[in-house]
Write a protein that binds this ligand. Structure first.
Ligand code: CTP
Ligand code: MG
Length: 236
C-alpha cells in the first residue's frame, strides 16, 4: 500500500443517552476508557499509518493525554455539534493529504472493533472507493409510518445493520461532503449515507462486521461492554 491510511476516531459526542457526567467514550471498561480501546485497535493495525482523534470541546486535553501513549496518533481536533460536523472537522484537518489516501471513520463508542474487521475494510478499499461494515439483523426490521402502522417489511435477508469503521478514498468522501455542505436540506446521516445520497453512482461495498463491535449507546451497553472487555473474543 503506497498511499497513506488514516483512521479517524470520532469522539466528538457527549453521550446523552448513556447520561453519565462525562462523555461515554471516557468511561472505563476493562480498566481503560472506551476511547483508548478504540484508538488502540487502529494504532496496532499494520495497515493504518496515522490516527486522528476528534474530541468534544472541553475534553481536548483529556483526549490528548489519553492518546499520548499511542505512537500513530497524529493529532486531536475539536469536533462539532453533530457527528457530521465532527467528520467535517476531521476532513479539514486532513486537507494536506492527497485524494488517493484512504480514510476510515470509526465511532469512538465502538471499543471492540478488531483487526479482522479493520482488515476487511482495508482489503475492500483495494477495489472500492467506499466500504461499510454490516451485520445481519436478528430482529425483523420494519418501516413504521407516522400513525404507528407498519408501512413496509423489507425481506430480512436483504437488510443489515451498519457498524463502523466506514472506509473511503479521501477524494470520494471529500467530494460527497462538498455537495452535502452545499445542500440546505442536509439531514444527519453517517458517512456512507452522505456518499450514497450525493454520489449515487459510487458503489458502497459492505463487508462483514462483528457482534462484539457494538456501539455503546444506552446505559445497559456499559454493563455489556464491561463484560465483553473481560471476555476473550473466541467466545462469540
Ligand atoms: N460523535 C461525534 N461528534 C458529535 C456527535 C457524535 O464525533 N457531535 C461521535 C460520538 O462520539 C460517537 C459516534 O459519533 O463515537 C457515534 O455517535 P453516538 O453513538 O450518537 O454518540 P453521542 O452522540 O455521543 O451519543 P448521544 O447521541 O446519545 O448523545
Ligand atoms: Mg449521537
Amino acid at each position: 500500500m503506497a498511499e497513506q491510511t488514516i483512521a479517524v476516531v470520532l469522539a466528538g459526542g457527549i453521550g446523552q443517552r448513556v447520561g453519565a457526567p462525562a462523555p461515554k467514550q471516557l468511561i472505563e471498561v476493562g480498566g481503560r476508557p472506551i476511547l483508548a480501546h478504540a484508538i488502540a485497535a487502529f494504532d496496532a493495525h499494520p495497515g493504518v499509518d496515522t490516527v486522528l482523534v476528534v474530541m468534544a470541546a472541553g475534553h481536548l486535553r483529556t483526549a490528548a493525554a489519553l492518546a499520548a501513549p499511542f505512537g500513530k496518533v497524529g493529532g486531536v481536533v475539536e469536533g462539532g455539534d453533530t457527528r457530521t460536523a465532527s467528520t467535517v472537522a476531521a476532513l479539514r484537518a486532513l486537507e494536506g493529504h492527497p485524494d488517493t489516501a484512504r480514510v476510515l471513520f470509526h465511532d469512538a463508542a465502538r471499543p471492540f472493533v478488531d483487526a479482522a474487521v479493520i482488515g476487511r475494510v482495508l482489503d475492500a478499499l483495494e477495489g472500492y472507493d467506499a466500504v461499510a461494515v454490516g451485520v445481519p439483523s436478528s430482529d425483523t426490521i420494519v418501516a413504521v409510518d407516522e400513525d404507528g402502522l407498519v408501512a413496509g417489511m423489507p425481506p430480512r435477508a436483504s437488510l443489515c445493520r451498519f457498524q463502523t469503521p466506514q472506509g473511503f478514498r479521501l477524494g470520494t468522501v471529500r467530494a460527497a461532503y462538498a455537495l452535502a455542505l452545499a445542500d440546505p436540506e442536509l439531514r444527519a446521516t453517517d458517512d456512507c449515507g452522505i456518499v450514497h445520497r450525493y454520489l449515487p453512482d459510487v458503489p458502497i461495498r459492505v463487508v462483514e462486521g462483528s457482534e462484539r463491535n457494538l456501539k455503546v449507546t444506552h446505559p445497559l451497553d456499559i454493563v455489556l461492554a464491561e463484560h465483553l472487555a473481560r471476555t476473550p473474543a473466541a467466545t462469540d
